[in-house]
Design a protein around this ligand. Structure first.
Ligand code: ADP
Ligand code: MG
Length: 300
């Protein structure tokens, strides 16, 4: 592409909220045949809320909430925020006024799994099934039932283990973006197929994929696993774009022929990407491809 054509196209992109980092990114975009979408915060709104809770021991819901808050209060994960907000509401409803937030000691983040720490001398784990399994916390039939019931409703379960036993759980829901479904089907019409990758569990991932019309899903992936998926597709000779918002998407954003970051995403993702969708609207994936296709065909 001539420098002028690139300037015109990137200028047009910028005015539409599609930030294209240079001519190379613009040229590569028109070759994309497959797009890999992250789930949380990319296909979904990324602001999960707690919609259900359960108790599996004699510990009260207020106490579960306090303990979960102590563990999650220093986590930046959107699920952590959902748990902390919900706990606040439970506290308000119980009428307690002299309430102060505890903070876990020895706080640790387990990427793609949850958090851990010591709360009032108790060992606390807050996270998914994988976190519990890695610490040899057994899941009884009651807990298993709660998990599968909620996962099939496209919810993600947050288990709260205290000294090695699951004492309570929350289920969070994170709705899909309103434009997600039609963007996926429009891409199909443009000859571009879509797949989904996520750190979340298989059942929830499959339910969300179905909602947006994506057939191929890879769940329970860590950040490097997401990047490996990208390389697998490239090994088949295909040009692939990755759309993501999180730190956990950055290796995949870098590995892809074109990385597209959601504007509302983390700085790390935005830096790793070739294109930034400032408005965080998935329709701009199409805008970017359109812009690239039009620029390239005008040049030739
Ligand atoms: P995604 O790829 O969907 O953005 P992540 O890799 O960030 O997801 O996390 C994967 C899963 O790990 C989450 O769905 C959740 O079950 C669990 N998880 C991660 N961080 C936390 C946390 N702070 N609290 C509870 N669960 C968490
Ligand atoms: Mg994400």
């Amino acid at each position: 592409a001539t420098p002028t054509a690139v300037m015109v196209a990137t200028g047009k992109g910028a005015s539409l909220g599609v930030l294209i980092k240079g001519g190379n990114a613009l040229e590569k975009t028109h070759k994309v045949k497959m797009i890999v979408f992250d789930k949380t915060g990319t296909l979904t709104i990324g602001k999960p809320v707690v919609v259900s809770s359960a108790l599996f021991s004699s510990i009260s819901m207020e106490d579960i909430c306090d303990i979960a808050t102590a563990a999650e209060v220093n986590s930046e994960h959107p699920i952590a925020k959902a748990v902390v907000d919900h706990a606040k509401m439970v506290r308000k409803k119980s009428g307690s006024q002299t309430y102060h937030v505890m903070e876990a000691k020895d706080f640790e983040v387990h990427l793609g799994a949850g958090v851990s720490g010591k709360v009032a001398d108790k060992m606390v784990l807050v996270g998914n099934r994988r976190l519990m399994q890695s610490r040899n916390v057994p899941l009884g039939p009651e807990v298993e039932d709660y998990i599968s019931e909620n996962e099939h409703l496209a919810r993600t379960c947050v288990l709260v283990a205290i000294d090695g036993t699951v004492a309570g759980a929350f289920a969070v829901t994170d709705p899909v973006k309103p434009e997600a479904k039609h963007v996926i089907s429009f891409l199909q019409l443009m000859g571009i197929s879509s797949i989904m990758v996520t750190g979340d569990n298989w059942a929830t991932a499959t339910a969300i994929a179905k909602e947006v019309g994506i057939e191929k899903v890879f769940a329970e992936m860590d950040p490097l696993g997401k990047a490996d998926k990208i390389r697998d597709i490239q090994a088949k000779g295909m040009h692939v774009a990755m759309v993501g918002d999180g730190i956990n998407d950055s290796p995949a954003l870098v590995a892809a022929n074109i990385g597209m970051a959601i504007g509302a995403g983390t700085d790390v993702a935005i830096e790793a990407a070739d294109i930034v969708l400032i408005k965080s609207n998935l329709e701009d994936v199409i805008t970017a491809i359109d812009l690239s296709r039009k620029t390239i065909s005008r040049i030739r």
